[in-house]
Design a protein around this ligand. Structure first.
Ligand code: AMP
Length: 561
């Protein structure tokens, strides 16, 4: 049985090693010594996950709960914690400092003096994730308290890191693939391919250990284990996309909805989101549609779900998200926010893996097995003008743009390659004023890196916040911005400073949403700073009136709600 301390010590070594090869060697030594049933749990934990990637279980331990436990287990002096956190920006390291400084560390009764093992930690995580119903919070707390009570300071550091999902050792999935390939003597490409198929490197490592190369080669798609979606790069316009894709390409409507991966086996259908979470319960009508209308026993399909208004036009994205968030009274919601599925790819049908087929063949197959479910609108052309007109039509119908796809391309899960290009004309950027800023976490601690963006309400003269972002600036720009904002501070609220409205930035965004969060009732979605506009004064920045105009304009092409 491998002790958990061995895993924690390995993580420490990985954290301080900068050399890739050395990291791989340390990890490989460790993997070699594991028992077969320890491989997947250890690999998952080394990557900061309590469970394999496709696993839907979550620990859901809040910081309030965790800090309560840390407090109870130690005679907590939180100044030690804060000091360590300020120094490292790392909650795990701060927890370790707390454990070390504590004069009395209450020992757990359940595990006694026995050292923690990798499997014991995994089993406790499982028990925490599976606790539900009345009194589950207390039960979770007890389990976690027992686990941390049995942990040495270094073990506590990594248990906390796994709990909050932030390993930060620099040892990422790509390096783990190399390590697995080296440890078990397998070609790297085979390991990568197997990870794509199973959706989890931990499981690949476990199969490599028990069944070797033959076992890995026999791996195929497995129904109900979602695979990472293929991603798109950005092209400026249809011309650029055509050039990138060799002069001829398919162009599909880019629907502004949520991507789903549908798995079907007989009458059992499950729907997974882009992040591979199971969203089956939120989309009962899609499940029914697939059950009734897909002419294959087994299939893995991909498509986009959009919310549509009574006029059949797409609704703003935020309404669709209400569907995904809803867990209760789904039936009511299906009436309030009707959704529609458009399919655009097929990965697997009745035992046949289709990912290596060319796009055009997969699309044909898709039309064959789902003749009654709409596919994303599509054209195939060499002509820039034709593609540009198609883009205009898509936009005029309220869609986001187009996705251009290479005709002979395979489906490459998880890869953002040069085979799909999204063409997405953006809304005009806004010039906004920074009125407050928050300190960042981790690498950005000590820097004011999260900015509140405001537009002036000309009627009252007040600057009203319309969004918040930590995206777009380089580290250097953030450092300079921090200095400038500190000089403009009106009020220091510890984590946040309110500043005089002086600095203007150009901000891009995807949509303006209705939002109760801010006084003006609107919020920018996916705001990111594109430029610092020192050439503009706050008086010249955009106004609330302008923001409202753009907000209204969105509805001309979308269903109002
Ligand atoms: P983005 O999220 O901006 O990176 O754009 C890629 C996303 O566009 C995909 O993940 C899908 O959710 C979405 N999408 C909409 N229509 C299509 C389509 N016809 N083909 C592929 N992806 C699409």
């Amino acid at each position: 049985m491998t002790e958990f301390i061995a895993l924690a010590e390995l993580c420490e070594k990985l954290e301080t090693t900068k050399k890739r090869l050395a990291m791989i060697e340390y990890a490989s030594d460790f993997l070699q010594k594991l028992n077969p049933d320890e491989v997947e749990p250890a690999v998952s934990m080394l990557l900061g996950r309590a469970f394999p990637k496709w696993d839907q279980r979550v620990l859901e331990v809040s910081w309030a709960t965790l800090s309560g436990i840390l407090g109870r287990l130690t005679d907590a002096d939180w100044s030690v914690f804060r000091e360590a956190f300020n120094k490292t920006g790392d909650v795990g390291a701060a927890a370790k400092a707390l454990f070390e400084s504590s004069r009395i560390k209450k020992q757990a009764t359940l595990f006694g003096e026995k050292p923690l093992t990798v499997l014991k930690v995994r089993k406790t995580f499982e028990a925490i994730a599976e606790t539900s119903g009345h009194g589950s919070r207390e039960r979770k707390e007890r389990l976690l308290e027992t686990l941390l009570g049995a942990a040495k300071p270094l073990e506590a550091k990594y248990i906390v890191k796994i709990l909050i999902g932030e390993m930060r050792t620099g040892f990422h999935e790509g390096l783990m693939e190399v390590t697995v390939s080296k440890t078990f003597n397998l070609p790297l490409r085979l390991v990568q391919h197997a990870t794509m198929l199973t959706g989890d490197i931990g499981e690949v490592a476990a199969i490599a250990k028990t069944r070797g190369e033959e076992g890995i080669k026999r791996l195929g798609f497995r129904l109900f284990k979602p695979v990472k979606p293929m991603l798109a790069q950005t092209a400026k316009d249809a011309k650029e996309a055509l050039e990138e894709l060799g002069g001829e390409a398919a162009f599909e409507y880019k629907l502004d909805g949520a991507r789903i991966q549908v798995h079907k086996s007989g009458s059992v259908v499950k729907v997974f989101s882009r992040r591979l979470t199971d969203v089956t319960d939120s989309l009962p009508e899609i499940v029914e549609q697939v059950q009734n209308e897909v002419r294959a026993k087994d299939a893995i399909l991909e498509g986009e779900v959009i919310a549509v208004g009574e006029d059949g036009n797409p609704m703003l994205f935020q309404h669709l998200m209400r569907r995904f968030r809803r867990v209760h009274e789904i039936e009511e919601m299906t009436k309030e926010v009707p959704v529609r599925l458009y399919l655009f790819d097929v990965l697997y049908v009745d035992g046949e893996n289709l990912v290596s087929l060319p796009y055009t063949e997969r699309r044909k197959k898709l039309a064959e097995i789902a003749p009654c479910i709409p596919l994303t609108k599509q054209i195939v052309t060499k002509d820039v003008e034709v593609a540009a007109r198609f883009l205009e039509t898509a936009m005029s119908e309220g869609h986001e743009g187009l996705v251009a796809k290479k005709l002979d391309s395979p489906y490459t899960p998880g890869v953002r390659g040069k085979r799909w290009f999204k063409i997405k004309p953006v809304l005009e950027p806004l010039d906004l004023v920074i009125v407050a800023a928050e300190y960042g976490y981790g690498r950005r601690h000590g820097w004011l890196s999260d900015y509140y963006l405001a537009a002036k309400d000309e009627e009252t003269g007040k600057f009203l916040v319309v969004g918040k972002t930590f995206k777009g600036l380089t580290d250097e720009e953030i450092a300079t911005m921090t200095r400038r904002l500190k000089g403009l501070t009106l009020k220091d609220e510890r984590r946040r400073v309110i500043v005089a409205p002086k600095i203007v930035v150009e901000v891009a965004y995807n949509e303006i949403q209705k939002s109760p969060k801010y006084e003006c009732g609107m919020a920018l979605r996916f705001a990111r700073i594109t430029r610092i506009r020192d050439d503009k004064t706050p008086e010249e920045a955009d106004t609330i009136k302008k923001v409202r105009e753009i907000y209204q304009k969105q509805f001309e092409k979308k269903a109002n709600y």
